[in-house]
Design a protein around this ligand. Structure first.
Ligand SMILES: CC(C)(COP(=O)(O)OP(=O)(O)OC[C@H]1O[C@@H](n2cnc3c(N)ncnc32)[C@H](O)[C@@H]1OP(=O)(O)O)[C@@H](O)C(=O)NCCC(=O)NCCS
Length: 161
């Protein structure tokens, strides 16, 4: 595969329409503008874009959730990172761009936002993404039946940070 020079950086407001265009071209899970804006304002260090010559060719966006867990016998809150969405334009795949976006997002979720674990949902038919996540150290934890609007099941994949 031909090498391509790319840069990964934190999203800025002007990038958001490009992120939305990629999301809508690539994935059936789409969101209103305010949702992107909310992620950008709340978790800017884990909302990243990849650029080739100034053009946005991929993104990853995340949020942080709090879940109750037992720390020994004491209940406590654990911060979990949630990979909300990642997509790379078709012509730029298999060049390590997705891996670099995820590497940087996972680093921020751990070191900036204090997450101890990260999870995501993926369509059970999305073999490419499942391989991609496995390659990054995620494992399939469980299945959510009929998670998607069209009725498809999701795997929940998890990685400890
Ligand atoms: C999944 C996705 C983000 C991967 O991005 P990418 O930039 O192509 O990924 P990378 O080049 O970093 O791939 C890293 C490794 O993941 C695995 N992988 C990636 N794409 C794969 C595919 N189509 N088939 C099998 N394995 C794949 C490989 O192990 C690959 O390493 P290799 O190229 O050395 O074999 C990209 O395919 C995409 O945007 N898909 C459409 C959107 C999507 O499905 N998002 C996830 C929704 S949950």
């Amino acid at each position: 595969m031909e090498r391509v020079e790319f840069r990964v950086e934190e999203v800025n407001e002007a990038d958001i329409p490009h992120v939305i265009r990629i999301n809508e071209a690539v994935l059936p899970e789409n969101y209103p503008y305010y949702f992107y804006e909310m992620l950008y304002k709340n978790y800017p260090k884990a909302f990243l874009v990849a650029k080739v010559g100034g053009k946005v060719v991929g993104y990853v966006m995340c949020r942080v959730e709090h879940s109750l867990h037992l720390d020994g016998f004491l209940p406590g809150f654990m911060k979990k990172g949630h990979i909300v969405s990642i997509a790379i334009l078709p012509g730029y795949r298999r060049r390590g761009i997705g891996t670099e976006l995820m590497r940087r997002a996972l680093e921020s979720l751990k070191n900036v936002y204090g997450c101890r674990e990260v999870y995501l949902e993926v369509r059970v038919s999305n073999k490419a993404a499942i391989e991609f996540y496995k390659n990054l150290g995620f494992r399939i934890d469980h299945t959510i039946r009929h998670y998607y609007k069209d009725g498809e099941d999701a795997y929940v994949m998890v990685k400890e940070l």
